[in-house]
Write a protein that binds this ligand. Structure first.
Ligand code: NZQ
Ligand code: ZN
Length: 386
């Protein structure tokens, strides 16, 4: 196993009815900025619960953080933070609102002139403005990690940032929020979490059987609960397991001591940047091609995944590995997610070169667990996904 350090300071408060605990977690001696998205929290009662919990706090609001949070929108929130002397933030939303808040946490204390540099120059954040979250959409794991992804549609960019200063201080995860989530977003959440596990697992055997089994157990649980989540978001048993799987898929634990890939995400981000396709769907488009392209390097682990997660015991290692890629694609499709780029746009001719150029410009020229996915290889993967 590789050496590692584990630092995950976020306090998790999980379960039905726990939003009221906000009052004790949010500091009462600071001005609070409550951040949320396009308004779903006003329709499903989450906003009312949050406001009731904050009745003795001094808070102001910023709404309208869009899916794939936009840099220009976030700059407006930054202005408010500076003008109003905000000392603490509360993100109420899914990955987009939480990521947007992480960007603000970093930008509020950033001493440079252009906050976009935090993303484009990959400046890590060691200290940010403190914040907590109320999660409304299980998917990204952003509620318990220190990463964020911010988009800038004017330049077709979607870039990642992070650092130890960007963990939420606490996250409240009440699985009843799942009740109001539309089917499309439920499917996205399941697919995103499943892919997060694969990005940290589907590399090569690395003498880390505990991490392997952590990952396999999350994958198996997601496969097991997905039909129930899709059928009835009111099913608390399914919703609570869904929520905890998504958090565990990307809170740092399963990646410790092992090689990780993340090339699927890095290539897939370009599909959102240029076509606006939902994050999870871009992963479903890229992953089958990426694993086919890197088959030789991944086949041992793919076969292990076939055996342990899909219970495929017969055939050679290669046969099992191939079947594992098919099964993964079938899983995405079972959620109603299309796995070909052509299903989302007619304008895909030549797009692979655009991806190669963008990855080069952003210094993402050596992706994957072997750092051998160059922009040219990434372009081939994108073409295979047409
Ligand atoms: O904006 P509102 O009106 O709230 O509606 C949202 C939004 O339209 C809606 N929604 C959220 N909770 C709901 C709800 N609708 C009804 N009931 C509820 N309880 O769902 C829509 C999508 O929300 P969003 O936050 O965009 O979804 P998700 O959580 O999938 O986040 C996606 C973003 O996270 C990034 C992605 O790139 C993308 O920008 N990621 C962040 C990661 C991280 N920080 O670790 C890792 C991921 O790989 C991912 O890249
Ligand atoms: Zn993701």
């Amino acid at each position: 196993m590789r050496n590692f350090e584990l630092y995950v300071p976020t306090k998790m408060i999980f379960g039905e009815g726990e939003i009221k605990k906000l009052a004790a977690e949010v500091p009462s001696d600071k001005k609070i900025l409550l951040l949320y998205g396009g308004g779903s929290i006003k329709k499903n009662g989450i906003y009312d619960q949050v406001v009731a919990a904050l009745k003795d706090h001094d808070f102001i609001e910023f709404s309208g953080i869009e899916a794939n949070p936009e840099y220009t929108t976030l700059l407006k929130a930054l202005e408010i933070i500076n003008k109003e002397d905000v000392g603490y933030m509360l993100a109420v939303g899914g990955g987009s609102v939480i990521d947007g808040t992480k960007f603000l946490a970093s930008a509020a204390l950033y001493e440079g002139d252009t906050p976009w540099d935090i993303l484009s120059k990959r400046i890590r954040t060691f200290k940010g403005l403190p914040f907590g979250t109320v999660l409304t959409l299980p998917a990204t794991g952003s509620e318990m990690n220190s990463g964020a992804v911010v988009s800038r549609s004017e330049t077709n960019e979607k870039l990642v940032m992070g650092g130890p200063g960007l963990f939420p201080e606490f996250s409240i995860c009440d699985p009843t929020v799942v009740r109001s989530i539309p089917k499309r977003q439920l499917a996205n959440g399941l697919a995103d979490a499943f892919t997060h596990v694969l990005e940290q697992y589907m590399t090569y055997p690395a003498d880390a059987p505990l991490q392997d089994r952590f990952s396999e157990s999350i994958l198996q649980t997601l496969l097991e609960i997905a039909p129930a989540v899709m059928k009835d978001p009111n099913d608390y048993k399914a919703a609570s397991n869904f929520m905890w799987c998504c958090t565990m898929a990307l809170n740092g634990y399963i990646q410790k001591g092992v090689p990780t890939d993340w090339s699927v995400h890095m290539i897939a981000h370009e599909l959102t940047a240029f076509y606006g396709i939902d994050h999870a769907r871009t992963l479903a488009i890229i992953l089958p091609s990426a694993y086919t392209k890197k088959f030789e390097q991944k086949k041992a682990k793919l076969a292990q995944y076939a055996e342990r997660v899909f219970n495929l015991q017969s055939g050679t290692m290669e046969e099992k590995a191939k079947k594992a890629i098919e099964k993964t694609e079938e899983f995405y499709q079972s959620l109603g997610i299309q796995t070909r780029l052509r299903a989302y746009t007619d304008a895909y001719d030549g797009f692979s070169q655009t991806v190669a150029k963008s990855l080069t410009e952003h210094g993402l020229t050596a992706l994957g667990e072997h750092q051998d996915i160059t922009p040219e290889v990434a372009a081939e993967i994108v073409e295979m996904a047409y």
